[in-house]
Write a protein that binds this ligand. Structure first.
Ligand code: ZN
Length: 420
């Protein structure tokens, strides 16, 4: 089913809100290569981020191409139309070659009863005792259960089919990597649900190369995983087993892999991901985004002088517009207002105090997750500063780039893809 563009086994989604860090991000992938593992970059910026900042995907394309050229990267790289749907996809079609089709809004909408019945009739293998290699306990299902799952997900998969066929019409089959995302929804999908969803995706003939389920536990933006790591590990491994089974059983692309969204900063599950992927000889896509914007702020703060002043100004404004900034991210942040320092206090901070509070170093007692999360959603403030912010990035390019590369390689690529 998979011809044309192929997403390699290991890939990292990188976000670059202000289109100034593509080189520093690519440098982290180059370091991965030097350390012995090929990890290719996928630049992702969602419609939401483009809209908030007032940019468009062509700028991301330009920045990515320029970085690739300058650093002489000769491996694949991609540009992700991130979390698009039918309404928002158009401006991504030309510059992008990876499409994350977000069908979360369609989950739970009823499909036509005759479609649900046809799905169940087509898949007797999903009813009864479902034995999947490498999953210790077979799943027990019945018709009512499979029907229930189909009722929850079939309409969403059909919607993805429509978007996929539209993209094929516009770009041509094999000219892009399709992903389906279901992460921005209320309830995690269990491994058996994932299997049923994959059967429906194969029926719909969407040759997805990655799928982003919602995993158990909380994946808040910019901070560590909150949840039961043992449970996550079990479900992640079962998801890998379900995917391997679905690839064979339903003829989905052989490189189909899990995509871990909101994947930056989830330090406590990285070794579980590394071990599971290794155990199953599977691939994985780790998506990080806003973590790079925070490294820009850390770099500016570390530079001192005007850079530190800008970082403080961003905090002051973010604090003042906190509700408005948090709105679009309400389900993926947990800020404790009582832990937010007053801007007056922050104004008196040194570079070190600012970076200690912001940098994601859990061993540092001065690290403040509430401070970090508020700034994570505060990129709109920097966007409003316009040229002043961009000029500061340019003036402090070296120190910012060092933070971006180090964060991406040391704290993300190394634990997830190298196991250290
Ligand atoms: Zn997502």
């Amino acid at each position: 089913m998979s011809e044309g563009l192929v997403l390699p086994k290991f890939s990292v989604g990188v976000g670059d809100r202000f289109a100034h860090q593509a080189k520093a991000q690519l440098a982290a992938c180059i370091k991965a290569g030097e350390a012995g593992v090929e990890v290719v970059p996928v630049w992702n910026k969602s419609n939401r981020e483009h809209t908030i900042i007032g940019t468009d995907p062509n700028q991301t394309r330009k920045a990515a191409d320029a970085a690739v050229k300058e650093l002489g990267w000769d491996k694949p790289y991609f540009l992700d139309a991130d979390h698009i749907n039918f309404k928002t996809v158009d401006r991504f079609i030309e510059p992008c070659d990876f499409f994350t089709m977000d069908v979360a809004d369609e989950i739970g909408k009823a499909a036509k009863p005759e479609d649900v019945d046809a799905f169940v009739a087509r898949h007797p293998e999903l009813v009864g005792t479902v034995t999947i290699p490498r999953i210790a306990e077979p799943f027990k299902t019945d018709v009512a259960f499979v029907k229930g799952v189909a009722n929850k997900f079939l309409a969403a998969v059909q919607d993805a089919g429509k978007i996929y066929r539209y993209l094929v019409e516009k770009k041509g089959a094999g000219k892009f990597v399709p992903e389906i995302s279901m992460d921005e929804t209320d309830f995690p999908q269990t491994p058996v649900e994932l299997l049923i969803i994959l059967a429906a995706i194969a029926d719909e003939q969407i040759p997805i190369q990655t799928i982003a389920p919602k995993f158990t536990g909380r994946f808040n933006k910019g901070v560590d995983y909150v949840g039961d790591v043992a449970q996550f590990t079990k479900e992640f491994e079962e998801d890998l087993a379900a995917i391997a089974f679905a690839v064979k059983r339903y003829g989905l692309p052989a490189n189909l892999k899990l995509s871990v969204h909101s994947g930056s900063d989830k330090f406590s599950i990285y070794s579980a991901i590394y071990n599971a992927v290794k155990k199953f000889d599977a691939g994985v896509h780790l998506k990080t985004a806003g973590t790079t914007w925070l490294e820009e702020l850390i770099g500016l703060a570390e530079a001192g002088g005007d850079g530190l002043a800008i970082a403080k100004e961003v905090y002051r404004e973010a604090y003042a517009h906190s509700d408005e900034l948090r709105g679009p991210y309400a389900t993926v942040i947990d800020i404790d207002d009582a832990k937010l320092p007053k801007p007056e206090e922050v104004d008196g901070w040194t570079s070190k105090q600012f970076t200690d509070a912001l940098r994601h170093d859990q061993s540092n007692p001065a690290y403040n997750p509430s401070f970090r999360q508020l700034l994570h959603v505060g990129f709109k403030i920097a966007a409003k500063m316009g040229d002043k912010y961009l000029k500061a990035l340019e003036a402090n390019e070296e120190i910012v780039a060092k933070n971006v590369t180090t964060n991406l390689f040391d704290r993300h690529i190394s634990p997830v893809f190298l196991g250290k």
